[in-house]
Design a protein around this ligand. Structure first.
Ligand code: FHN
Length: 410
């Protein structure tokens, strides 16, 4: 029986997109965007050299950032396998004599974190994966002819065989992120959906091999958690009025794979606000890093994660093990709740008193700081977490808000 207790507790995880595309350093879809043939793309295999891929450093960085689980791409859409698969020679074992999944699961476990794997149901390398509107060969002048002889049944066997390898060869796997299904037709080309993967059989295989493992929704059939991507839901996600377990996956800069020229780095303030926003709605955030072509965490990503880790060190209790609070939040921020503690996260510094409509009847205004003083600061410091103590015996109608933050003037 899968249990999402650890998942709801962790609230915050690290996504790691690493593969041949990291060496291209132009987005994990480079093979598709640039319509690279297998031969063109082969150069990244021939020159793959992850000498700075240090799974232990990645796991330690995740832990220091306050994350409770780490998810590695075992195979992305390009079909390159980061483990010692016996079903293909398009693997890291063949390329550099390393089983990077083995290194990863050992390192994550050594840091006491939960192990997550990502696996693409799309495979642009496999000879039986039929060309469709998502395929790099779609624009090839003889792409339609390419599908003669291709057999998705053989590809399904390969895909299911891969999942069996990953779920039997690496100990307990806590989380599996399948990616992704697109049933719609487009430009005269077919899409692909659950039937193409035999999703029901694949999910049953997961349940058989790893009964406690959480599986996401991207086989195209319901499973254990829902995966909004690159956006923030605006309310707790429910189905038929029942709250669903969900996790928003986000990039640091708009690219999942390492992108050398991408400077759109989200700030640590924005990312922590996205994290607490997700938790306030009962969800998780999976924050991605794209290690560079040698496997190292990019310095700008390490710096951002370091700032987030500093914030989490102060405010961990308002995130880890916390969740949705049934009170209307003030306009300046959101609530998260852990047990009988209510946490107010101020995204914008209040213009005056913070009005807490959701707590009407018990409190109506909050003084900042429990000594009644005002913390003088600029709006650039709104990254505060106020630990709302429901006062016992204090004056009715006022609520002290504890801002456990270093006063800027000391
Ligand atoms: O196409 C992939 C993309 O490259 C990336 O892996 C994301 C991560 O959730 N999933 C797909 C797009 O939804």
């Amino acid at each position: 029986m899968m249990t999402d207790d650890w998942f709801d507790e962790a609230r915050f995880g690290m996504f790691v997109h690493f593969g041949l595309y990291s060496a291209a350093a132009r987005h994990e879809w480079v093979q598709n965007y640039e319509r690279l043939t297998d031969d063109d793309y082969r150069q990244y295999f021939d020159h793959f050299d992850p000498d700075r891929f240090d799974a232990r450093a990645i796991a330690r960085t995740a832990k220091a950032s306050g994350m409770g689980y780490v998810v590695l791409t075992t195979k992305h859409h390009d079909g390159f396998c980061l483990w010692d698969s016996q079903l293909t020679d398009f693997t890291s074992r063949v390329a550099v004599d390393r089983d990077l999944v083995r290194e990863f699961v050992d390192a994550v476990r050594a840091e006491g974190l939960k192990v997550g794997l990502y696996h693409s149901v799309i495979d642009w390398h496999h000879p039986d994966f039929t060309v469709d509107w998502n395929h790099p060969r779609r624009d090839d002048e003889n792409a339609h002819a390419l599908n003669e002889g291709r057999d998705m049944g053989r590809y399904r066997e390969y895909l299911h065989g891969h999942v069996r390898e990953l779920l039997t060869g690496y100990g307990q796997i806590d989380y599996l992120f399948f990616d992704f299904t697109y049933p719609e037709e487009k430009d005269g080309w077919a899409g692909k959906g659950p039937a193409d993967w035999d999703a029901d059989a694949l999910l049953a295989l997961c349940r058989e091999l790893q009964p406690d493992m959480l599986v996401n929704d991207r086989l195209g059939i319901p499973a254990d958690f829902v995966t909004p991507e690159q956006y923030q839901p605006t309310a707790p996600i429910e189905r038929d009025g029942v709250p669903l377990t969900w996790e928003a996956c986000q990039t640091l800069n708009g690219s999942w794979g390492y992108h050398r020229d991408n400077t759109d780095q989200k700030s640590a303030t924005m990312l922590t606000q996205m994290l607490v926003d997700s938790v306030s709605m009962g969800g998780n955030m999976l924050l991605n890093i794209g290690p560079d072509g040698r496997g190292a965490i990019a310095p700008r990503d390490a710096a951002t994660l370091g700032e987030i880790g500093d914030w989490m060190a102060l405010h961990r209790d308002a995130v880890v093990g916390a969740g949705h609070a049934p009170f209307a939040p003030p306009r300046e921020g959101v609530y998260t709740r852990r047990g009988d503690r209510l946490y107010l996260h101020l995204f914008a510094w209040p213009l005056g008193f913070v009005h807490l409509p959701g707590l009407a009847g018990r409190v109506s205004y909050a003084r900042l700081l429990n000594d009644g003083s005002w913390l003088k600061t600029s709006v650039s410091d709104p990254q505060q977490q106020a630990d709302l103590m429901t006062p016992a015996g204090e004056d009715e109608g006022t609520l002290t808000v504890h801002l456990p933050v270093q006063r800027p003037d000391v």
